[in-house]
Write a new protein. Structure first.
Length: 227
């Protein structure tokens, strides 16, 4: 069997990404329902407010737990896959840097002052760049494995996926920085409106890119299981 470590690792990454997607969908639905109701305490389903709130709370906890388990499973997958392909080692390094930056951003989020707000913006932008590098390194690793398995079609698809992912993340990073710059020349309301419209477009593109990435991950995983 070719690339046994990569086979196990990529399969784990694929499963983890599916779990992440499920958790994100559940969290998104819960968030929309709660926001629409004006808070979890006001949410009701079929007239029973108490049990409805409990259901929402349970779904939120379950989604968070699934997200955590998926993250751990993904880390294990990357470590295993790195045994056969060095691109996955790079993905791990970028992921660790990204997590550290997001933690730092969490501490900076409520800080006031132009300097602190710019530092926060830069940290978020670099963290997003790390996420881009994680995905492109993963796709490059998958493409390299495809090449070594003589699957030129999958190798070529990896290049296309990287271009799409790179475009989407670049737009997101540009939005983070542009949103801060526009506040120097425009009113808060105008900037928020522009940001909201662009964010919706980027979210749609991100979903499309993620589905394509997930499909590619699944195809390479299936290829490795057959070889």
């Amino acid at each position: 069997m070719m690339f046994p470590k990569a086979r196990k690792g990529v399969t784990k990454i694929f499963i983890a990404e599916i779990c992440t997607l499920i958790a994100a969908v559940v969290s998104g639905i819960v968030s929309v329902l709660v926001t629409k109701a004006g808070g979890i305490e006001n949410f009701s389903f079929e007239g029973n407010m108490t049990s409805s709130s409990q259901i929402v709370l349970i779904c939120s906890i379950a989604a968070a737990a699934l997200l955590l388990l998926a993250a751990l499973f993904k880390i294990i997958g990357y470590i295993q896959a790195a045994g056969d392909e060095e691109y996955f080692t790079r993905a791990i390094i970028y992921a660790v840097i990204g997590v550290v930056l997001y933690v730092i951003a969490g501490f900076l989020q409520n800080k006031t002052g132009n300097v602190m707000e710019w530092i926060y913006t830069i940290v978020i932008a670099v963290a997003e760049l790390m996420q881009l590098l994680v995905m492109t390194s993963t796709v490059n690793g998958l493409a390299e494995l495809s090449y070594r398995c003589r699957r030129d079609d999958l190798e070529s698809r990896g290049s296309t996926i990287n271009k799409i992912v790179g475009t989407v993340f670049s737009l997101n990073i540009a939005l983070v920085i542009a949103g801060r710059l526009l506040r120097l020349f425009m009113s808060e309301n105008v900037v928020d409106t522009i940001t909201m419209i662009v964010t919706v477009i980027i979210v749609i593109l991100t979903v499309i890119a993620y589905i394509l990435y997930l499909g590619y991950l699944g195809k390479v995983s299936a290829m490795l299981r057959r070889n």
